[in-house]
Design a protein around this ligand. Structure first.
Ligand code: ADP
Ligand code: TPP
Ligand code: MG
Length: 322
């Protein structure tokens, strides 16, 4: 579709109409989409994050409906707010549209943005549309949240602590594997890739337990543990065993001769929360968050930032196959 200024004007109106009214006005907005900029009410503790979903890098259009893609793209951006002890207030969306993007797909995409805002909160405050000369649809997102606690950091991990995940890992990677190779897979794996959930439910539990080292797992357990290890000046020993495997991941890996432990370590796009805590903190967390898993422990800085598992985490610019 061409996004000439005239077409674009009408397109924006139609796209916005796919969202419920309260997701376009009110909340943090003094003035929302429609003017040169959005005017916002004051926040006590603004937290800001940005992300991109790009066709061919993050998704293929054949793998998800427009609505699923919109929901996931918004969720990916908002997940960083969950991991920052913040609640979503406003979302801005920039679209770069190739010629081959049809209008029904775009309307569906906006229903998906609306779904994510319904689930997690916040309003669509604005964005931008440009046409692209390339064939890949790109969605750039920018979110503003209200912090409800001091920001947890990647640099607070201390030797003696445990490394934990808010839930099962590796499912999205198995779902991606199935989509890439055209394999049948249980809904749990496909849904983990197509419709992951940001853990806004788990974050306040971690805050109450005074967890101060926290991030969401987007690039894979191994790679994201490395980020905590280098920011904190520690080493991390991962310990992933049979008890960490979701039964559907175990079965899929067996069927396709894959190493499920490497899939967990390499993973990616889990959007579970990765955090460090003491044994005592873990006890109180477990009572409210039974899905929590201990996946490693923090050691004094050694030769390697992360030991104990070998899984190739996703790295942009490196040829990567699940
Ligand atoms: N192009 C960039 N310019 C400036 N800062 C960046 C850029 N890319 C990433 N960052 C910053 O680096 C940090 C780590 O980014 P990243 O690991 O991609 O976080 P996440 O996986 O949560 O999106 C973040 O604070 C992010 O804002
Ligand atoms: C077509 C396609 N190839 C590969 C992947 C796998 N993949 C793409 S990005 C990514 C990691 C997360 O993305 P990134 O842009 O690094 O998110 P951030 O860490 O900035 O939150 C993974 C596992 C995919 N989802 N789709
Ligand atoms: Mg993150």
């Amino acid at each position: 579709m061409s996004a000439s200024p005239y077409r674009e004007f009408h397109l924006i109106e139609e796209l916005l109409q796919q969202l419920p009214h309260h997701r376009r006005q009110g909340g943090i907005l003094k003035t929302g989409a429609g003017d040169d900029a959005a005017a916002l009410h004051t926040l006590h503790s603004p937290v800001v994050t940005t992300d991109t979903q790009r066709e061919g890098v993050h998704f293929q259009r054949a793998w998800l409906t427009g609505r699923q893609l919109g929901q996931k793209a918004a969720m990916v951006c908002l997940s960083d707010l969950a991991a920052s002890y913040a609640t979503p207030q406003a979302l801005f969306i920039n679209l770069c549209l190739p010629e081959n993007t049809d209008q029904p797909y775009l309307l569906d995409l906006y229903r998906g943005f609306g779904d994510a805002l319904e689930t997690y909160g916040g309003v669509l405050a604005g964005g931008n549309i440009s046409s692209s000369r390339e064939n890949d649809l790109a969605i750039d997102l920018f979110a503003i949240g209200e912090g409800y606690a001091p920001m947890p950091l990647r640099s607070n991990a201390r030797p003696g602590e445990l490394l934990c995940s808010s839930g099962y890992l590796g499912l999205a990677r198995a779902g991606l594997h199935a989509l890439m190779h055209g394999h049948h897979a249980p809904a749990s794996l496909l849904e983990a890739f197509r419709a992951p959930r940001a853990r806004f439910d788990a974050a306040p539990i971690l805050h109450t337990a005074e967890v101060t080292t926290l991030m969401d797992i987007s690039d894979g357990l191994q790679g994201d543990s490395e980020k905590i290890a280098s920011a904190s000046g520690v080493s991390i020993e991962l310990h992933i065993a049979q008890e960490h495997l979701h039964p559907d991941l175990r079965e899929y890996a067996t069927q396709h001769h894959l190493d499920p432990i490497a899939m967990i370590a390499g993973g990616g796009e889990d959007y579970e929360l990765l955090f460090t805590c003491s044994e005592q903190q873990l006890k109180s967390i477990r009572t409210k968050l039974p899905t929590v898993q201990v996946v490693g422990r923090i050691l004094p800085r050694g030769a390697q930032p992360v030991t104990g598992a070998a899984g190739a985490s996703f790295v942009h610019g490196v040829d990567w196959k699940p």
